[in-house]
Design a protein. Structure first.
Length: 136
């Protein structure tokens, strides 16, 4: 999985801003999903750790789709550097998340198995989330 964009228009951007509440309550691909309840920034490292924990459990009986992509660079200055001298170098890539945004979806054979898998993935994400089901 690609964890940062191949090419961007600018090397460094301004600080990631949060928009108003996002209403994305429809599941598009799977039957279970993780939906955010807080504002926050999810980095590519936490996305990758959630992906690894889900794919270990799902194996070949289910599918996984991420509905987010970390396309904003997060910069950081080195330790013990004086103020000024420009913006720091790119440290990691992230995405701003608003309440109501669906982060990932899975297609699992049973609801019980899907709940166990998503609870492990929830612990890997840095913000409060809830599990959403497909209504049929």
């Amino acid at each position: 999985m690609l964890l940062f964009p191949k090419k961007t228009k600018y090397k460094k951007y301004q600080k990631i801003a949060f928009n108003k509440t996002c209403i994305e309550d429809k599941l598009v691909f799977g039957n279970l999903a993780i939906k955010s309840e807080d504002y926050g920034i999810i980095t590519s490292n936490s996305i990758e750790s959630a992906r690894i924990s889900i794919t270990r459990s799902l194996k070949k009986v289910g599918f996984l789709w991420f509905r987010i992509f970390p396309d904003k660079p997060i910069t950081k200055k080195p330790a013990e550097v004086r103020m000024g001298n420009g913006k720091g170098s790119i440290d990691k890539w992230g995405i701003s998340i608003n309440p109501g945004k669906i982060i990932l979806e899975i297609q699992s054979p049973t609801k019980k198995m899907g709940l166990q898998i998503l609870k492990v993935a929830q612990s890997k994400l840095p913000l409060r989330t809830k599990i959403v089901f497909l209504d049929k």
